[in-house]
Each structure stands twice: as structure tokens, then as C-alpha cells.
Design a protein around this ligand. Structure first.
Ligand SMILES: NC(=O)c1ccc[n+]([C@@H]2O[C@H](COP(=O)([O-])OP(=O)(O)OC[C@H]3O[C@@H](n4cnc5c(N)ncnc54)[C@H](OP(=O)(O)O)[C@@H]3O)[C@@H](O)[C@H]2O)c1
Length: 343
């Protein structure tokens, strides 16, 4: 099998293509022939050596990749409900950038007819993240107002669509003019292009009382203001920190990381009570063993895809060998939708 291996933290040149023996599925696992593998911003953080759960579960060397589509190549002992050759997609706790991957049965799902294998490879990580934020952490009610940062990206696209399915009013924020139309097409009721107008003045104009839910993966650049713009009884969901990392060069600046760490807002429990607001945070990669959460999320997400209520974000593909190019693109902050590696 071919896979991308990162032996030590660093820039894009650390993504090496290597030949390795095929993994064999353990009891309860499924071996997949991977056709396409989704690229997530988190994969770049893994490559840079800054992703805590990668250190916890794998260490070095590591093959990045949280999601895939492909066909069933072999079944581990005890797995009897999948046919060899069946088209599937799913999630993996790392290791997705590979021609073969073995994962527990509960992380594999039948490929919906409405998704191409490339779309399916880029679907589960961002939609499960958005689902967990909106339907596990937050209890959405119709007509709630949502502010979604990076609304034309991977997770942002999913948050906008799921917010609309729940009947909410969704304001998307994007960092460049070419993303405005993409966020509108996903269903955003209003889009703020923060490259051409002051973000928070526009956000206040659109929701003078504040937002019921703000979803923020920017980190230090916006967290303080995001909290300030949450309405009474509202929730700030924190799920990423990408503004701490560089848009070019592929290596973190440790002085910037240190300064940003010190600038990071600290939320005081007394203030949270008196402000009547919540701050919630999570990382999906710690949840892959939670069978019931994964199954419920994917059942509902696949149902919405089959009903035509959810669509995959636009996908740009790169051959596996050009994974570095895909990382460079997503780190630039200019991409729309999802990037996917093809095998
Ligand atoms: N907690 C979790 O379980 C979880 C799961 C999946 C993803 N995430 C996080 O969610 C965020 C989005 O992930 P994604 O894979 O869907 O990526 P993405 O949104 O497709 O791309 C990242 C976007 O972030 C914005 N951005 C702002 N500052 C940036 C910087 N310094 N470098 C790069 N991008 C910057 C850009 O959009 P704008 O300029 O338009 O804002 C860019 O398009 C990431 O922070 C990721 O780590 C968290």
C-alpha cells in the first residue's frame, strides 16, 4: 500500500509518499481500499506537530487523514454485515492519507447515492464537527441567530447548511470577496466579508441584541469579540485556533504562538454566570470511539443528504502525491469548500 508518512514535524516537504505492507483488519475492523481521502485544516496542524490528540493516539511517524471513501477490501473477525467490494465512506483516527486503511466497523457507512466518492471523502469530518457543535453541545431552536466564522470553508459550509435545516437565521463571516457567493449559496441569510468591511460593526447591525450562538475556530483573533457578541442565554462554541498559525511557509512561529497564548481570553466562571452566557469547546478526534454519537450524527446527516436537504461543499481534488500542495492551499486561507486527495 501507498501512504503519506510524516516522520517529524515541519513544513510541506515532510509529507512523504512511502510503500508499506497492507494492514490487516483486527477483530471488529474493516479493511478499506481507499479511493479518496479528505483533507482537513487539522491535518496541517498534525504535520506541524501541534495536534494534541495525534500525540496522544499515534506519536511519530504519523499518517494524517481523518476521513475516506472507498470499497470494502476485507473484514476482521466478527464483522458480518458488510459485503466485500461495497462502496463506503467513513472516519479514521489518523491514517486516512493511504491506499488502504483498517478501521473499527462503527466508523464505516454505506456511500449515499447522491454523493460522489470524492464528495463523500470530504463529508464526514466537517459535517460531524458541525453536527456535534449544533445538535449535541447547543440545543438549536428555530429562529435562533447564528454567527458562523469562516463560513465558506469546510466546517463553516457544514455549519451554515445545518443551521438552516434547524430553521435558524445564519450570518456567515468570510475573509475574502470570492467567498461571499459561496456562503450565500449554502443558505446564509447574510454574509459579512471582513476583508472589505469592519466585522463587528456589521455583525452588530445584523443582530443588535447579539447572537444566540457564535461558532469560532479562529481563536485569539476573534474569541474575545465573539464572546462579547453572544446574546444573553447564548453560547460561544470554540472548536479551532487557526489564526495562531501561518498562512505561508508551513511552519509555526513559536514567538507568535507564545504571544497568542498569552492573548487568549480566559473565561471566568463568575462572569459567565452573571453574563448568562456559556462557552463550549470540543475536538471531534476524541469522540471516534463514541459509537452512539457517531451513529446518530451520521444517520441524520445521511438522511438529509438522501432527502436533498444537505449537499456536499464544492470539492477540489489533488492526487495523493500532491498532498503538500493541498496543505499549502488550505493553509493559505483562500480555499472554498473541501480539498480531497485521490488515489
Ligand atoms: N474541534 C474539532 O473537532 C474540529 C474539527 C474539524 C475542524 N476544526 C477546526 O475548524 C477550522 C476549519 O477547519 P477546515 O478543515 O474546515 O478548514 P477551512 O475552514 O476549509 O479552512 C480554514 C479557513 O480558516 C480561515 N483562516 C483564518 N485565519 C487563518 C489562518 N491563519 N490560516 C488558515 N486559515 C485561516 C480561512 O477562512 P476565512 O478567511 O474566510 O475565515 C480559511 O479558509 C480549523 O480551525 C480546524 O482546526 C475543528
Amino acid at each position: 500500500m501507498r501512504k503519506i508518512v510524516v516522520h517529524e514535524p515541519g513544513s510541506h516537504d515532510k509529507l512523504r509518499v512511502e510503500e508499506h505492507p497492507d494492514p490487516s483488519p483486527a477483530r471488529g475492523e474493516v479493511l478499506l481500499d481507499v479511493r479518496a481521502a479528505g483533507v482537513n485544516y487539522a491535518d496541517c496542524v498534525v504535520r506541524m506537530g501541534l495536534y494534541e490528540s495525534a500525540k496522544k493516539y499515534v506519536g511519530w511517524p504519523i499518517t494524517p487523514g481523518f476521513e475516506f471513501s472507498g470499497t470494502v477490501a476485507a473484514l476482521g473477525e466478527g464483522v458480518t454485515d458488510l459485503a466485500l467490494g461495497a462502496p463506503v465512506f467513513g472516519v479514521t483516527r489518523f491514517g486516512g492519507y493511504a491506499s488502504r486503511v483498517a478501521v473499527p466497523r462503527h466508523q464505516v457507512f454505506p456511500l449515499p447515492a447522491r454523493l460522489t466518492p470524492e464528495e463523500a471523502a470530504g463529508f464526514p469530518a466537517v459535517f460531524m464537527t458541525a453536527y456535534y457543535a449544533l445538535f449535541e453541545l447547543v440545543r438549536l431552536r428555530p429562529a435562533m441567530s447564528l454567527l458562523v466564522h469562516s463560513a465558506a470553508g469546510g466546517v463553516g459550509s457544514a455549519l451554515v447548511q445545518l443551521g438552516k435545516i434547524a430553521g435558524c437565521r445564519v450570518v456567515g463571516v468570510v475573509g475574502a470577496a470570492h467567498k461571499v457567493e459561496a456562503a450565500r449559496r449554502l443558505g446564509a441569510d447574510a454574509v459579512i466579508d471582513k476583508s472589505s468591511e469592519p466585522l463587528w460593526a456589521a455583525a452588530e447591525r445584523l443582530a443588535p441584541e447579539g447572537y444566540d450562538v457564535i461558532l469560532d475556530a479562529n481563536g485569539v483573533e476573534t474569541l474575545r469579540q465573539s464572546y462579547r457578541h453572544v446574546a444573553s442565554a447564548g453560547k460561544l462554541v470554540v472548536y479551532g485556533f487557526h489564526t495562531m498559525l501561518p498562512r505561508q511557509g508551513g511552519r509555526p512561529s513559536y514567538p507568535k504562538l507564545a504571544v497568542d497564548f498569552l492573548r487568549m481570553p480566559r473565561f471566568n466562571p463568575l462572569d459567565l454566570c452573571n453574563d448568562n452566557k456559556s462557552v463550549l469547546a470540543f475536538n471531534l478526534s476524541y469522540l471516534f470511539h463514541r459509537t452512539e454519537i457517531l451513529r446518530e450524527a451520521m444517520d441524520r446527516l445521511i438522511g438529509w443528504v438522501e432527502e436533498g436537504r444537505l449537499s456536499a461543499p464544492p470539492v477540489k481534488t489533488f492526487p495523493l502525491e500532491r498532498a503538500g500542495e493541498a496543505h499549502r492551499a488550505i493553509e493559505s486561507g483562500s480555499t472554498v469548500g473541501k480539498l480531497v486527495l485521490t488515489l
